[in-house]
Design a protein around this ligand. Sequence first.
Ligand code: MG
Ligand code: MG
Length: 255
Amino acid sequence: MVELKTDSSIDAMHAAGRVVGQALTAVRKAAGVGVSLLELDEVAHEVLREAGAGSPFLGYRPASAPVPFPAVVCTSVNEAIVHGIPGRYRLRDGDLVSVDCGAELAGWVGDSAISFIVGRPRPADVRLVETAERALAAGIEAAVVGNRIGDIAHAIGTVCRTAGYGIPEGWGGHGVGRRMHEDPSVPNEGRPGRGLPLRHGMVLAIEPMLIGGGGDGYHAAPDGWTLRTDDGSRAAHVEHTVAITTAGPRILTER
Ligand code: MG
Ligand code: MG
C-alpha cells in the first residue's frame, strides 16, 4: 500500500533528509587515500548523533540477510555495487566509492547515496559517475504528478543504456516514510506510461545503480550483503529521497 504524506510530514522528512545530506557531505570531505571505511562510518555516525538522529541501517536485517547490518553507511568500493559493509579496508588512489546513508529523525526516514573517486580518477570512472548523476537527475525530473512509476524507470534506464552501462535487475528505488522501505518499488528500467500514477504526497527514494562493464550480472559477496559485478567492472550508485508535489519534485536529501 502506498502511503501519501501530508505537507507537514514532508517537511518533517526534509529535516531527516538534511541530516543524511550533512552526513554524506562530511563523509565525502573525510574520504581520501589511506582513510578506512570504518573511519567513514564513524564520521557519518557522529553527524547522526550530533543531530539526534537514529540510523535505519544499523541493525537492519531483511529476511535474506545472514546478519544484521553493522553500520550506519554502506560503503561499496570499485566492483561493489551496493550494500558494502564498512571494514578496515583503506582507500587507495583511484578508488571509486559509493556511500549510502540513512537517518531517522522524529520518526521519519531519509535515504541518499553518493559516488565519488578518491585521488586521481580514471576517465572511465568519471564518465560512469557523471552518467549515474545524470540518470538520477532524469529520474527526478520525471517524478511529477501526472506521470507514472514507469516514466521514472524509463528515464533512468534510458540514460544508463544509452551510455552503454549495465543495470542490476531486481534492485532499485522504493517508497520512504516512517520506514526506510515502503511501497512502491521504483525500478531503474521500465516502460513509460506504465505502473502506478504519481500523486502529490508520494515520497520516493530514486536510486540508479550502474555497472561500468555494460553487463547486468551481479552476485552477493561471501559476507551476504555486498553486491558485486560479475564481470569485475566498477559500479556507481547515487540516490535522493524525493517528494512528489503539485509544485514539482522536491529533493529532501540535498547536500
Ligand atoms: Mg540508500
Ligand atoms: Mg534506498
